[in-house]
Design a binder for this molecule. Structure first.
Ligand code: NAG
Ligand code: NAG
Ligand code: NAG
Ligand code: CU
Length: 169
């Protein structure tokens, strides 16, 4: 009777994992270093950051890391402001990460001098998926659940079944 209960529990856990109700940590949010080795600066041509973004798939929960030395900043702006290189006042004045919290189009510019006109501007499209965490806290709590509860529970049940088999033979 006990044996049946353990086997059922094991089967239930496997079924839950297979059905995707319990996510095994395979999908992790990515951090993209904007411009890779060049960082965030006035590039060699006006399409530099569009070329950089073209090969990437951005998802909700990912982070853009804007890194620079010298005088730059980064502002998230509207499409009109991006097209026009409008000198908005809401800027991030020192290098840092920006997390992509919403799907859709996102626009970033540097408002220093004519840096934006010279190509220090980035537009990306962010995709959302049902598996992607909608906030950092969701991601943190689900990760904690996997590592601290699920895996030890699974291992314990697997070991108990093994012990039962060994004692019976
Ligand atoms: C980014 O910043 C770190 C220091 O915070 C530096 O070591 C690194 O070289 C920078 N990378 C780029 C691409 O600017
Ligand atoms: C701009 O520079 C990038 C990186 O060097 C390059 O891949 C891209 O082809 C360039 N674009 C034009 C229009 O020159
Ligand atoms: C475009 O730029 C000009 C000059 O900086 C500014 O006066 C105007 O308000 C901007 N338009 C938009 C839509 O941002
Ligand atoms: Cu700049």
């Amino acid at each position: 009777m006990k044996m049946v209960t353990r086997a059922n529990l094991t089967a239930w856990l496997i079924a839950m994992i297979a059905a995707g109700f319990i996510e095994v940590d395979t999908v992790a949010a990515a951090t993209y270093m904007v411009g890779d080795g060049l960082g965030w600066t006035v590039p060699s041509n006006v399409s530099y950051y569009q070329s950089w973004a073209a090969s990437k798939t951005f998802m909700v929960g990912d982070k853009l890391s804007f890194n620079w030395t010298g005088t730059h900043n980064v502002a998230e702006v509207s499409k009109a402001e991006y097209d026009n290189c409008t000198k908005v006042v809401s800027i991030l004045g020192s290098p840092g990460d920006i997390q992509l919290l919403k799907g859709g189009s996102h626009y970033y510019i540097c408002t220093v001098d004519s840096h934006c006109q010279l190509g220090q501007k980035l537009s990306i499209t962010v995709g959302s998926s049902t598996a992607a965490p909608t906030s950092p806290s969701n991601s943190a709590s689900s990760t904690a659940f996997h590592s601290s509860v699920l895996v030890p529970a699974f291992i314990t049940i697997a070991c108990l079944n093994l012990l039962c088999h060994n004692t019976r033979h």
